[in-house]
Design a protein around this ligand. Structure first.
Ligand SMILES: [Zn+2]
Length: 299
């Protein structure tokens, strides 16, 4: 990691479940502009915790697309799949704090009971010799609050939203929230810019930061890009691969989607568009908070 510690370190952390679509590209661009307009560092982390879901070749394709858009990252790319020992260390800390417990409940059983985990295995623990179990963390009684840079005040009472949540899965994989909180801390991330679809999980990550003694970064949750049916762009909704779109046009329209109005005269130059975006990013208050319709990007 960097030996100097600027007051701003941002990151873009895609899950390599497929190529970048316009929604993920919007996030990449916004986090880059936010970092650079604050004279900060911009890091890329591949959140590939879940190898079966990581699509073949997606990592290379994501990095290649970022390079074509000239979104150059400031340090080596970090891969979550190579950081299990860190997650294990902090999982142990949760156990030592007596906040973690074993759970053998099936997902279906929890969904059937309303989807909020009621602490079944806390009150009646599974047998000692049980080999297959998830590890959950006790959720905090008081609500978690934070001020989002785009969405405003956010407050969530975890016990009545999800209940005690998983930090290590039954299949042995570390849960995304734990990995994310640990990596953001170890990478010294001070500012997180990401999609609004992840905002529901932010309080869980903030809670883990509090439990583990980490500082909480500043958050900015962007609107998600939706198709004409109102569905979030994803592999499942057959969102077009950004790698197949023309870079300059795409970048130009993404700047508009972020509430900026770049002059047409810079449309032919990626570097100029990025520099212009960095200079004008402070108008982020103009971002539409909820969602951006894909067709408004003029493709
Ligand atoms: Zn259980």
């Amino acid at each position: 990691m960097n030996t100097h510690s600027p007051r701003y370190i941002g990151r873009f952390a895609p899950s390599p479940t497929g190529p970048l679509h316009l929604g993920s590209m919007l996030t990449a661009l916004a986090s880059y502009l936010d970092a650079k307009s604050n004279k900060g560092l911009w890091l890329v982390r591949i959140d590939d915790l879940d190898p079966p879901r990581a699509a073949n070749g997606a990592c290379g394709q994501i990095l290649n697309t970022l390079e074509r858009f000239q979104l150059n990252w400031d340090d080596e790319v970090v891969y979550q799949s190579q950081r299990h020992s860190h997650y294990q260390d902090y999982l142990q800390r949760c156990i030592a704090l007596k906040l973690a417990y074993r759970c053998t409940c099936s997902r279906n059983k929890i969904i059937a009971a309303g989807g909020i985990y009621a602490g079944t295995c806390l009150t009646s623990p599974p047998p000692r010799d049980e080999k297959t179990y998830a590890i959950r963390i006790k959720s905090p009684k008081t609500p978690i609050k934070f001020k989002d840079q785009c969405q405003g005040e956010v407050k969530q009472h975890i016990p009545s939203t999800v209940g005690d949540f998983i930090i290590k899965r039954k299949d042995g994989l570390y849960a995304y929230h734990l990995a994310c909180a640990v990596d953001d801390h170890l990478q010294g991330i001070t500012h997180i810019v990401r999609g609004r679809d992840l905002m529901d999980s932010t309080p869980r990550q903030i809670y883990l930061q509090q439990v583990l003694g980490f500082s909480t970064p500043s958050y900015l949750h962007l609107p998600v890009v939706v198709n004409s049916k109102g569905q979030k762009l994803s592999k499942q909704t057959h969102a077009p691969n950004v790698a197949q779109l023309p870079v300059k046009d795409t970048l130009y329209h993404l700047l508009f989607a972020l509430g900026l109005t770049p002059p047409e005269s810079i449309k032919d130059n990626i570097g100029l568009m990025l520099d212009w975006g960095i200079d004008h990013w402070r108008s982020r208050d103009t971002i539409n908070k909820q969602s951006i319709i894909e067709s408004s990007l003029n493709f």
